[in-house]
Ligand binder design. Structure first.
Ligand code: NAI
Length: 719
């Protein structure tokens, strides 16, 4: 049964690459079913339980991939009769995180009736329009195009998963023979067919004609398994996937994957240095119409692939599972870089032509394959960039999509590893791939997506991001879709800000870097980190600061220098790095300085602070002048007396200010409020709103400007 020699085996190559199939764990999937837990559940709850168990392990299915179903007897709300209802994962969900309301519910009787309306495969897309007519109990969850695949299998419980190990079988040249070899008659095999009504009928026919079979491998796609109980179905799915994992482990033992290593990976820190240079350059070249966010991945599976002999050949064949290439585009772009003789200038100089060639290639593919009713060509840029010896860079319209696209390409790598170890790996025929990528139903899904937020795809770095104004600013930018890097010297405050903002805005959107804005090396490293984490930068909010108070005779040189270092020099260093990255991207940029009313208006006993703040304001004007030709805008927000949330106002400064005005610290807030022309207190959110105005396109035609957010102060009127 396990005589693998009947398959064309790839000869082992020296170099000892990792040979196991990702998840690369030698252990099998574990059966996590808990009888005691499941016993108290209704049938639909058991479906949810099973789905979440399956989706919790990425070896079983990729993010958003696959679906699960159960046919359950329910009480019809109108007739009170018992009717059979299909519970099936709704459109667009993820089985790992799905909740009960993520399932669509449909009358089985009506789904059966659809067969009479079916006019044949040429018209199968119209069947999707009938699915809402089958809805049970006014459930608003839309049924997915995979619904017929579950409905017509004559078993109560059906799992459809995308395990890398099984897709490796499905994407092998002789996948039918492999399936038979590994599973005997237990699992059948069906040739590639785009998911839809026809495939549902194929599955039904197979299941009826093979009552002993427990599932099917779908060529170039994935796995179907079924059973009469939820537990049985779950355990069957686990068992069948484990068998594939075992098979590939045995076959891969002692063999180097992908023809062996020809390019040695650079050490981890050097990989990040290269990525930090490449990512802003690539980002600039693909963000003309829509800003892209990047993701960098250099896990072992990726390094094996990008350093291998067969990488270019396999990459060119394209990904096979539709789920994969819908996220990754059919093939990646291989960046011309040789870690043995690194020459970044040459690599960067070659990028424009390589990216243009990729775009032309996509346009030609579109022209070759398009049909009369195909939607217009989408963004022709590559999503996945493979860099020998360094890793994989992915770009998409937001961070989560970029990260998930990378995860999908890792799935594709695993599939190519498995398939090419035991056979030849096969991509989908080009026209089939096109018909999925530019499918009307897929296009309709894209059209239904909500409009992107105003700062979607933009990356902001906020210095002093762990402080009062910095944190409020980060929150404001995140609310409108930006990715934010919090940069601060205070590690503890930074960790808490990152955790809080990550919880409210989503972990993908927030990063933290510890840095001292007065240290040149730290600032350079912080920007490099930003480039690797998000791909580049669009917005710099220079805000890290302090406040100090002393009469001039008592102002020590140390105090003077401290103000100059953090406020004047710190603002210079971060702006310079931002400018360098803006210029590498060539798509403009946006700098907002948080200065102070005191930069315009003199204040008693604060000469060092006021002078340094004035320096910031003038630096902003100089940079506005210098940056304009490159569409880099530089503007200033001047706060005043923002006591709430500010760390400045918890220390000495508060006492010194109270002393300067000859009052108690408790009276300060009221003093500032009543001193203002509008008689209002100023809060961090008010400053954040003004920063947002300058950071967004709302002020697209303003540079070199100042907004005071001080509730009105005649002394600081700009002129
Ligand atoms: P804050 O003290 O709450 O926040 C400032 C942040 O900057 C802190 O998290 C601190 O750790 C960080 N920081 C200090 N030195 C740093 C360095 N060398 N490198 C990196 N990070 C450093 O103060 P707040 O109120 O949020 O102030 C933000 C900015 O607003 C400052 O530039 C301040 O001068 C300015 N401002 C504040 C006013 C107020 O009333 N709160 C009024 C006028 C201006």
């Amino acid at each position: 049964m396990h005589d693998s020699r009947q398959f064309a085996l790839v000869m082992p190559a020296p170099g000892g690459l990792h040979i196991m199939l990702e998840t690369r764990s030698a252990t099998r999937l574990v059966d996590l079913w808990d009888d005691a837990k499941a016993a108290t559940m209704s049938e639909s709850e058991r479906l949810l339980y099973r789905s979440n168990l399956l989706g919790s392990d990425k070896r079983i299915t990729n993010y958003g991939g696959g679906n699960t179903s159960a046919k359950v007897m329910e009480t019809d709300p109108l007739s009170g009769r018992q009717v059979e209802v299909l519970w099936v994962k709704g459109s667009g969900g993820d089985v790992g995180t799905i909740r009960r309301d993520g399932f669509a519910t449909l009358y089985m009787e009506k789904l059966e009736a659809l067969k009479k309306l079916y006019r044949g495969v040429a018209h199968e897309d119209e069947m999707v329009g009938y699915l809402p007519h089958c809805t049970f109990n006014l459930n608003p969850r839309a049924a997915s195009i995979d619904t017929p695949l579950h409905a017509y299998v004559p078993r109560n419980h059906v799992d459809h998963m995308h395990p890398d190990a099984v897709i490796a079988i499905a994407a092998a040249k002789d996948s039918k023979a492999l399936t038979k070899h590994i599973y005997g008659d237990e699992i059948g095999w069906l040739p590639w067919k785009r998911p839809g009504f026809e495939l549902g009928l194929w599955l039904e026919k197979f299941a009826r004609e093979n009552p002993k079979a427990v599932g099917v491998v779908l060529e170039s796609h994935g796995l179907f398994t079924w059973a009469d109980t939820a537990k049985d179905c779950y355990e069957t799915t686990i068992r069948i996937i484990n068998r594939a994992i075992e098979f590939f482990e045995a076959e891969g033992r002692g063999k180097a994957a992908f023809g062996g290593e020809v390019v040695r990976a650079l050490p981890a820190n050097e990989r990040r240095v290269i990525a930090a240079k490449l990512m802003p350059a690539i980002r600039g070249m693909i963000s003309a119409k829509e800003r892209k966010v990047g993701h960098f991945d250099d896990q072992a599976a990726v390094l094996d692939f990008v350093g291998s002999r067969d990488m270019r050949r396999l990459a060119a064949l394209g990904t096979s599972c539709p789920d994969h290439f819908l996220r990754t585009k059919i093939s990646p772009l291989v960046v011309d870089f040789d870690p043995a003789e690194p020459d970044m200038d040459r690599t960067l100089a070659a990028l424009p032509a390589a990216l243009e060639a990729y775009r032309k290639g996509h346009a030609a593919y579109y022209e070759r394959c398009k049909r009369g009713d195909s939607p217009p060509m989408r963004d022709p840029n590559a999503v996945v960039y493979l860099v020998p010896g360094v890793g994989m860079i992915t770009f998409a319209k937001d961070k989560a999509t970029a990260r998930i696209s990378g995860e999908f390409y890792v799935n594709a790598i695993n599939v190519m590893r498995g398939a090419s170890t035991v056979s030849d790996y096969m991509g989908l025929p080009e026209q089939e791939a096109f018909d999925i990528e530019y499918w009307q139903l897929e296009e309709a899904k894209l059209q239904r997506l909500p409009k992107p937020k105003p700062l979607a795809g933009q990356v902001a770095l906020v210095t002093g991001g762990a402080g009062g104004i910095g944190r409020a600013t980060a929150q404001r930018l995140l609310a409108d879709g930006a990715c934010v890097v919090l940069a601060d010297i205070d590690e503890a405050a930074l960790a808490s800000a990152e955790a809080d903002l990550g919880t409210s805005a989503g972990k993908d959107f927030v990063r933290a870097v510890t840095l001292d804005v007065t240290r040149e090396d730290a600032v350079i490293a912080g920007f490099a980190e930003t480039a690797v984490e998000f791909g580049g930068i669009d917005i710099l909010v220079s805000n890290a600061g302090l406040a100090s108070s002393a009469p001039i005779e008592e102002t020590t040189l140390t105090l003077w220098n401290r103000n100059m270092d953090i406020l004047a020099t710190g603002y210079f260093l971060v702006s310079r790095e931002a400018f360098r990255m803006f210029r590498a991207q060539k798509i403009g940029g946006n700098v907002v300085f948080v200065a102070s009313k005191n930069g315009l208006a003199a204040s008693p006993n604060a000469a060092a602070y006021c002078t340094a703040k004035a320096a910031e304001i003038h630096l902003a004007r100089c940079l506005a002048l210098e940056g304009a030709e490159a569409q880099i805008r530089v503007n200033v927000v001047n706060p005043d007396a923002v006591l709430r949330g500010s760390k400045i106002w918890t220390g000495e400064w508060k006492e010194q200010r109270a002393a300067a005005y000859k009052m108690s610290t408790d009276d300060l807030e009221e003093h500032y409020r009543s001193r203002s022309m509008l008689k209002r207190s100023v809060f961090p959110e008010d400053i954040a709103e003004a920063i947002y105005f300058f950071a967004s396109d709302m002020s697209a035609k303003s540079t070199g400007n100042i907004i005071n957010v001080d509730a009105g102060n005649a002394q600081s009127f700009t002129r």
